[in-house]
Design a protein around this ligand. Structure first.
Ligand SMILES: Cc1ncc(COP(=O)(O)O)c(C=O)c1O
Length: 354
């Protein structure tokens, strides 16, 4: 048996989800007539404290819809240089919406300095530049190692954005991990921002689907964009039924994933060939580097054999580019898997003769 730490997207639906899917009441959601989807949307709006919600097939589509809804063709969108939107979503807003993405450096904790954000905001007074419409933040921050942006930080960015007439969208694929780590309700955390996307299909373990939330007017316009992108599904209440179970039953247990991730990080820190700061690990994602005997970080090409060796020893982990190795804990990874994962990694390190 392998211990799969590549991503929390590998989670499988629970028995309760499968049962709920089997029994789901459904209708045509493009007509707004799917009772399961309507219920999930009401739940998502209530939990996040926003007026309305929209069920979408994926986090990528949710982020794309948000960007296309907030920013008109030719208006710029500010994103973090390490953000998922910038790295892994095929440049959707530029490709589909004609919006340039302006990447501003992320700090190691996933934040972006307010001064840098302020400097990156452009208005129409200068005919040379695309005027900014939107700032996107990511919480938790994937490529920064599952780091959490605080409620105060979100409020500060929203204040800056609103002062300039801009909107703020949060890619909250893992917003419940952030809220649990902070010990506050999601609704408090996202209160100052204009829209939020969160995934049901990651740590919450639903098989498919994400939610986009915001004002009634934003969601009305977002529905049109969802249709445009081909994301209007029909009897998708089958999927929403699993999402309802995810929100009802799978949120609180994310704390276990955080504990397991912390323990994994502490174990990894004991290996001299591994560079990791366990104090940086606050949710379910950790990132580490391999070191050679001269304490130089191994490159992307050099870590490839380690990943294969780890797999041979029953541990699946992934690379994030630039020699970064990512491990993610999730539903299905139990506390007693952590020493087994560490043992597999120890064997892989021995094989590498680092
Ligand atoms: C931070 C973040 N945002 C968005 C997404 C996209 O979600 P999906 O895979 O559902 O398109 C991911 C997926 O891993 C993610 O990690």
């Amino acid at each position: 048996m392998s211990i799969d730490l590549r991503s929390d997207t590998v989670t499988l639906p629970t028995a309760a989800m499968r049962e709920a899917m089997y029994r789901a009441e459904v209708g045509d959601d493009v007509y707004g007539e799917d009772p399961s989807i309507n219920r999930l949307q009401e739940m998502a709006a209530a939990i996040t404290g926003k007026e309305a919600a929209l069920f979408v097939p994926s986090g990528t589509m949710g982020n794309a819809i948000a960007q296309l809804t907030h920013a008109a063709r030719g208006q710029a969108i500010i994103v973090g240089s390490e953000s998922h939107i910038y790295h892994y979503e095929a440049g959707a807003a530029s490709t589909l919406g004609g919006s340039p993405l302006v990447a501003v450096p992320n700090n190691p904790d996933g934040s972006i300095d307010l001064d840098r954000l302020r400097d990156a905001i452009a208005d129409e007074s200068d005919e040379h530049v695309a005027a900014t419409a939107l700032i996107c933040l990511e919480n938790t921050h994937n490529r920064c190692g599952g780091t959490v942006l605080s409620a105060d930080y979100l409020a500060a960015v929203a204040a800056l954005a609103h002062e300039h007439g801009l909107a703020v969208h949060v890619d909250g694929a893992r917003i419940f991990n952030a809220a649990i780590a902070l010990g506050i309700p999601v609704s408090t955390l996202v209160a100052p921002v204009d829209s939020l996307m969160f995934c049901l299909s990651k740590g919450l373990s639903a098989p498919v689907g994400s939610m986009l939330v915001g004002t009634h007017e934003f969601i009305r316009r977002a529905r049109r964009v969802r249709k445009l992108l081909g994301g209007g599904m029909r009897q998708a209440g089958i999927l929403a039924a699993a999402g309802i179970v995810a929100l009802e039953q799978m949120v609180e247990r994310l704390a276990e994933d955080h504990e397991n991730c912390k323990r994994l990080a502490q174990g990894l820190a004991d290996f001299p060939q591994i560079e990791i700061d366990p104090t940086h690990v606050v949710t379910n994602i950790l990132i580490f580097y391999l070191l050679n005997r001269q304490q130089r970080r191994l490159s992307e090409a050099e870590i490839a054999p380690f990943l294969s060796k780890a797999q041979e020893h029953g541990v699946l982990i992934g690379s994030m580019g630039e020699g970064k190795i990512r491990a993610v804990t999730h539903y299905g990874i139990e506390a007693d898997h952590i020493p087994l994962a560490l043992a597999g990694i120890r064997r892989a390190l021995l094989d590498m003769q680092l």
